[in-house]
Design a protein around this ligand. Sequence first.
Ligand SMILES: [Zn+2]
Length: 216
Amino acid sequence: MPPLVESRLIPALASYDAIVPAGEPWVHEIRRGETLRIVDLEGNQAADTLFYNAHDLTDRYSAQDTIRAQANIYLTTGTRLLTSKGNALLTIVADTCGRHDTLGGACATESNMVRYGLEARHMHACRQSFVKAAIGWGHGFEKRDITHNINFFMNVPVTPEGGLTFADGVSAPGKYVELRAEMDVLAVISNCPQLNNPCNAYNPTPIRVLVWEPVR
Ligand SMILES: [Zn+2]
């Protein structure tokens, strides 16, 4: 694991500070130069996150381009999140967790049913939260705009054979990740409601989101 990097930003000086309850969505615009922090308040929570160019929803986070550019499948301090058009969206500038997944995707009612049985069909899932947040935000955002996501605080180690494994989280209460916006960004988070796998220790918990204005 790479070294953990702490932030010097002070929560009391943040321009925005909110709690996202367990299982709820969140949407927010972050202006270029601002810093976003996501805090895993109780540990082992998965924050499924989408990022877009706030002025062009077709210019959106691309897991493929991000992985290829850094030649690593895990996201941590120093990772530049790239769009499908090759632009820098945000840079991870601090990370006290050390590893975030972008391979596992977001949970959906369909995948829940396949993995956990018919009775999981009506359980709330991240993709529904994304749609709810997107429609609430407006600006022409539609279901088709929902694409690659990042699973902050989620541990999906890849085996030497290339297998994906959902492992217990490496996160813990109070761990956070911090990102500086390189353009005006739309951020959509589903604070994962999953109850069937260890991505959030079978127990969804709240997260905290903070934004700081550009450091002058
Ligand atoms: Zn989920």
